[in-house]
Design a protein around this ligand. Sequence first.
Ligand code: SAH
Length: 270
Amino acid sequence: MYEFPVQLAPLEPGWVWLVGAGPGDPGLLSLHALNALGQADVVVYDALVDPRILDLAREGADLVYAGKRGGRPSAEQSDISNRLITFARAGKRVLRLKGGDPFVFGRGAEEALALAAAGIPFRLVPGITAGIGGLAYAGIPVTHRDVNSAVTFLTGHQAGGDMPQALDWEALSKGSPVLVMYMAMKHLGAISERLLGAGRDESEPVAIISKATTPDQKVVETTLGACVEDCARAKLEPPAIVVIGGVVRLRSALDWLGALEDAAQAADGT
Ligand code: SAH
């Protein structure tokens, strides 16, 4: 248990806390998340939860993997919800830990609905989503007053694995100066073609941020016309966020993490 200088709600037996763990860096956890890690009897976590965060769980906590990763067999979503309900009914303090924010493309809403339907008391703790925190660690602001007054978060992958047909790519292309795309690597070719076809420019800046906020973070800066080729050449690994739009240009001045790494290398060299 950690001693917090502020009063925080306890994770009570029989409750489920649905908690966002952020994109990777444990420093991006909320106090509620850390507090829950110090109290939980069971931690049910996804593949995207950084192992350094699981190390913060209370000694003796039961760590249950409920992960899935594109292409690999997935624990059925209803199974996960049922397990949460069973643990809660057994009087456990249940921490459901999800990568990023539970309510952003993370099926947290499905789990919360199942808990609500079963009458299980729950708390929702938001996390820093990869589409915001990951961009910050790449030195890319989600908005800048002179660049964009709107931003769209979207998934490049729909349930079933196809490119989302329900999205109106023409409208997105015209209406949203900045697009932040989750799960977009597989269909990047098709997506960039749709956007180019709808009038976006080949030279428009694109950044792809892989394993954002982890020690393995990699960023590729490219353009809408060249992103598929550049992405393949860089052999980027998932998970990755794709950001399209003028804000990417600001990275040349704002890449604070790159500057830190350069400074560390220079210090090593002396
Ligand atoms: N709930 C999560 C998103 C889950 S969907 C959130 O709020 O961040 C999974 C997708 O999130 C991945 O395919 C990838 O696009 C993105 N993602 C999650 N963690 C990431 C990370 N550390 N770096 C880059 N992308 C990440």
